[in-house]
Design a protein around this ligand. Sequence first.
Ligand SMILES: Nc1ncnc2c1ncn2[C@@H]1O[C@H](COP(=O)(O)OP(=O)(O)O)[C@@H](O)[C@H]1O
Ligand SMILES: N[C@@H](CCC(=O)OP(=O)(O)O)C(=O)O
Length: 366
Amino acid sequence: MATLTDAKRVVVKIGSALLVENGALRSDWLTALAADVAMLKARGMDVIVVSSGSIALGRGILKLSFTELALEQSQACASVGQIRLARAYQEALEPHGITTAQVLLTLDDSADRRRYLNSRATLAALLALGAVPIVNENDTIATDEIRYGDNDRLAAQIAVTVGADQLVLLSDIDGLYTANPNTDPTAVHIAQVSNITTDIEAMAGDPVSGLSKGGMKTKIMAAKTAMAGGCAMAITQGAVNNPLAALMNGAQATWFIPSQDPERARKNWIGAMKPKGSITIDAGAARALIKGNSLLPAGVTGVSGQFGRGDPVEILGPDKVRVGLGLIRYTAAEAATIKGAQTQDIQAILGYSGRSALIHRDDMVL
Ligand SMILES: Nc1ncnc2c1ncn2[C@@H]1O[C@H](COP(=O)(O)OP(=O)(O)O)[C@@H](O)[C@H]1O
Ligand SMILES: N[C@@H](CCC(=O)OP(=O)(O)O)C(=O)O
C-alpha cells in the first residue's frame, strides 16, 4: 500500500473550495498547508503545488460573487485573482525559507512536444534550485471554456511531465466511494484502485454543489493519466488543517496504484512513438549512449527526415542499425548544421545558444 512517506517527488493539487470561502482567502488553512509543504521538503521531497482559486478570489476582489460570469469575465477574474493567489503562497512559504515560482500552463502545453520539453526543463530547474512551483491553468489564453475541475487533469499531466512518483488531490471528500456519498447513504469507501475499470468509472459522479464543478469524473481522468505515467495518486480530505501531515499519518484516502514506475512508463511512452526522421551516429557515440550518456552533436554523422524540436527521431548506429529512439531538441535543419560539432561551438555555428545535448538521456530509449 502506497503512503506519502515513500514519495521522492510529489505534486499536490488544491481545489478552489479549500482555499477560498465567500470570495476571501482561508489564510489559516494556507498557513498550515505551508507548514505541510515545508515538512515534505525537509524530508528531502521535491514539491509542486497545483492550485486553483484565482477565479474564486478574483470574483471576491471584483465584487462579482453573486453574478453568473461570462467566459471573458471568468478570465478577467482569474487575472485579478492569480496575483493575489501567487502572493498568498509566497507569503505563506517565505517564513519557511522556501522560494516560490509562479508557473501558468494550459492542458495543450503537454500535447505540443516542444512546449512539453520546455516546461519539463523549467520545472526540473526550479526543483533543482529548491523552489516550489505554484502552478495554475493560464486562464487568459485557455482556448476551451473555463471549466472548474480541469486542474485535476492539469495536475496529473504535470506529475507525469516531471516524473513525479505521487500526486495528491486535496478534495472536499476523503476518496472515491462506490457512489456519491452526499446523495447515496449506502456508498462505500474504496481504499485502493490498481485498475480503472468501467465499473470504477461508473462510480464517479459530479459534485453536488459549490465552487468546484469537476466532481469525481475529472479525478478519475487524472488517475488514468497519472497511472499511465507510473505515478501513484491519492484523493484525500483537504478541508482539515495540515492535510498532508494527516495523509502521512494514515488519514483515509483512495490510492490509485500504477503497475510501473515513472521512468519505465516514460521510456515505454517514448518507445511507442512513430519517428519523424533519423540521426546516424558514430561508434564512439553509440558506446557513450549505452553507458547512459546524452547524445551530443559531436557524435552525429548524418541527419535525415523533416522533424521539429521535441519530435521523436530514430537513432541509427554506423551500420544503420537502430540503436534507439529519442525526443530531439533541435530541428532537422539545425541538427544537420551542427552535426559533428563540439558543444562549445554550437552558439558560433547557429548564431544563438541551444541545448548542449541533441537528445537528452532522459528523453531516449535504447
Ligand atoms: N463516487 C464518488 N465518490 C466520492 N465523491 C463523489 C463521487 N461521485 C461524485 N462525487 C462528488 O465529487 C465531489 C468532489 O469533487 P469536487 O467537489 O469537484 O472536488 P475538488 O473541489 O477537490 O475539485 C464530492 O464532494 C462528491 O460530491
Ligand atoms: N484555473 C481555475 C480553476 C480551475 C479548477 O480546476 O478549479 P477546482 O475544481 O476548484 O480545482 C482557477 O484558478 O480559478
